[in-house]
Design a protein around this ligand. Sequence first.
Ligand SMILES: [Fe+2]
Length: 139
Amino acid sequence: MENSQLIEKLNNALTWELRAINLYAHYSAYVQGIHRLQLAGHFTAEVTESIGHANIVRSAIVKLGGEATTERNPHPIVHTTDYVEMLRQAYETEVMAGKVYGEILETLKNHNDDELYDAIESIYFAELRSVEEVRMLLN
Ligand SMILES: [Fe+2]
C-alpha cells in the first residue's frame, strides 16, 4: 500500500473528526429542556474526544509525510433543538466514524506499522463504544 493512499484515508477520517467537533459543540450549545443537564456535558465530552482523535490522526499523517486537511467533512450538520434528533444525528456520525476507521484498519494490515495500527484500533474501539452508548440513549 502506497503511503499516499493511506494518507488519503487518514485525511478522510480527519474530516469526519473535524465535523464531529462542530456537530457536538453545536448541539451542546443548543440542547434544551431538562435533558440539557445531562446532554450538554455529554456533547462537550464528545467534542474533547473528537479533538483527541483528530490529534492522533493528524500526527499519523505528519509521520507519513502527508499534508493534514483543515477542512471538515461536508456532510451536513442538521440544526435542531430537539435532543432526540441530536442523538439520531450523533448515532449516524458515530456509525460513520466506526466504518471509516474499520476501513483504515483493513488497509493497515498490509502496512507493517504496529504503532499506527494500535493507535487507529484504539480510536476504532472508542467509536464502537460510542455507537453502543448512543443506541442505548435512543432506546
Ligand atoms: Fe472519533
